[in-house]
Design a protein around this ligand. Structure first.
Ligand SMILES: [Zn+2]
Length: 337
């Protein structure tokens, strides 16, 4: 079973929290310049203010229930935030190396299995796969070991992450996807069969522009596989602003229905929806144990997630997974054409 401590070692998280607070202060210094946006999924402008997290205002779309930051930082401020982030530098130097083995085994190898399984089930050709937001390059490295794709392209705009990808032998395009020119990337006649991005879309100023760009890169019938938080999942709905999935970087918290709506409007047929997240029950349990979530106000959750954790906890998490109620989701879209 995957535990939170394996991927976020507690001993390192205090320093990370301090650096993250500095990053957030830098972003929030632009608060007066934040701009109003329509719902990132359905473009409705009707919303209900929901909560603030670290000064970032979140609202819920009255049409599709997407939870999103509004008003939100301008694109140039978001770019500056990631480029200058001390938190990400610390992750890269300390937290990631300390948790790499567990992440490789429990996150990236299962992701490779999932992607290959989707290719098999939907009979997707496996010539070229592109990963957008390749990060440290572990997915690409694990995918290459399977020898299924003839070519794997890693798109990663952050210089030290792109360097990590190169060290692992990946073909790297060090650029934001918006600036990648298809004609420079592919030889004449070549097309991309599969695009994957893991935990990317929730960070973007315009998910719509991003999905259209992905559709443009794919051949007709090619598939886009993406994962992101589910704003209607158990830990986010239960913990609200106290959920670790709600933070200033996650400006778009879609749900399975609203993300499907957005994907369809960008030229995809949605052929698969899953919520494979494994951590919801543990995350809520921790806050019940620490008192951050009032156990007296949640006697039933306390019964399942604390008193009867050993016997009921795993079954409860499986129930969330089976019913599209986990806070981490995966959708697959097939480009129409
Ligand atoms: Zn909406």
């Amino acid at each position: 079973m995957l535990t939170e401590n394996e991927i976020r070692p507690e001993a390192l998280m205090a320093e990370q929290a301090r650096l993250f607070a500095e990053d957030v202060a830098g972003l929030m210094a632009h608060r007066s310049e934040f701009i109003q946006v329509p719902c990132p999924a359905c473009e409705s402008v009707e919303y209900q203010p929901t909560f603030e997290k670290c000064g970032m205002p979140f609202v819920t779309c009255l049409q599709c229930e997407t939870l999103y930051a509004n008003p939100r930082p301008r694109p140039e401020h978001m770019v500056g935030y990631y480029r200058n982030s001390k938190n990400y530098e610390y992750w890269s130097n300390y937290i990631f190396p300390a948790s790499e083995a567990a992440r490789r085994e429990k996150i990236f190898q299962p992701r490779v299995d999932l992607v290959l399984n989707i290719c098999d089930r939907f009979q997707v050709p496996t010539r070229i796969l592109m990963e957008v937001g390749a990060g440290f390059g572990i997915f690409g490295e694990e995918l290459k070991k399977r020898n299924r794709f003839q070519q794997m392209i890693a798109v990663e705009p952050t210089p030290y992450l792109a360097e990590d990808c190169r060290k692992r032998g990946l073909d790297v395009v060090e650029s934001p996807i918006e600036e990648v020119n298809k004609a420079n990337l592919l030889k004449p006649g070549e097309t991309i069969n599969v695009i994957v991005n893991f935990e990317v879309i929730e960070h973007l100023f315009s998910p719509r522009d991003f999905l259209r760009q992905c559709a443009d890169f794919l051949e007709p019938g090619g598939v886009l596989i993406l994962t992101c938080p589910n704003g209607k999942g158990f830990d986010i709905v239960t913990l609200g602003a106290q959920s670790s999935a709600v933070d200033v970087e996650h400006v778009n918290l879609f749900n399975p229905a609203s993300l499907a709506l957005l994907m369809r409007s960008c030229g995809f047929e949605v052929i698969e929806t899953q919520t494979p997240g494994k951590l919801d029950a543990e995350l809520v349990r921790k806050q019940l144990l620490s008192g951050e979530l009032n156990a007296e106000a949640h006697p039933f959750l306390t019964q399942i997630l604390v008193d009867e954790w050993e016997t009921k906890g795993p079954a409860f998490q499986q129930f969330l997974i089976d019913n599209h109620l986990s806070s981490n989701m995966l959708l697959v879209g097939r480009k129409q054409g």
